[in-house]
Design a protein around this ligand. Sequence first.
Ligand SMILES: [Cu+2]
Length: 148
Amino acid sequence: MNAWRPLAAAAAVLCLSVTPSAAAPQFVSISVVDLPRAQDQWGFAPATRRIQPGTWVTWSNAGQDAHTITAVDGSFDSGDLYPSEGFSWFFAEPGTFAYDCALHPWMTGTIVVGSGVSPTPTPGADSTATTDPSDTPDTTDQESRSAG
Ligand SMILES: [Cu+2]
């Protein structure tokens, strides 16, 4: 009947291993894809990327044609980005930033900068919260003996 206890211990370790977001910048990458897709399927992967404020986003042209990373509001513009070239932009403030490729306007993407990503557990996401309150640290003896 104690079989669930190791699982609870493992879950506790997993919870502790979640690192709180620090002030250090984050880095994410997005690929620009074209061939061998049909031209109307060219685009950005992922097309929508949700990030935290204080994140560097790097677009890499993984295709075989030139593209641009051009903000719809004009806040950033990579200029022509040739195959294997990259472009990075730092997103400091929350907001939604739509962009496209000036050469192929059907290539569109969105960066969603939100503060919603935090160590705060999402309600319902942690199914181990129903831990028996009678749980006591009575495994110390077992652990010390298992070293043999
Ligand atoms: Cu393009």
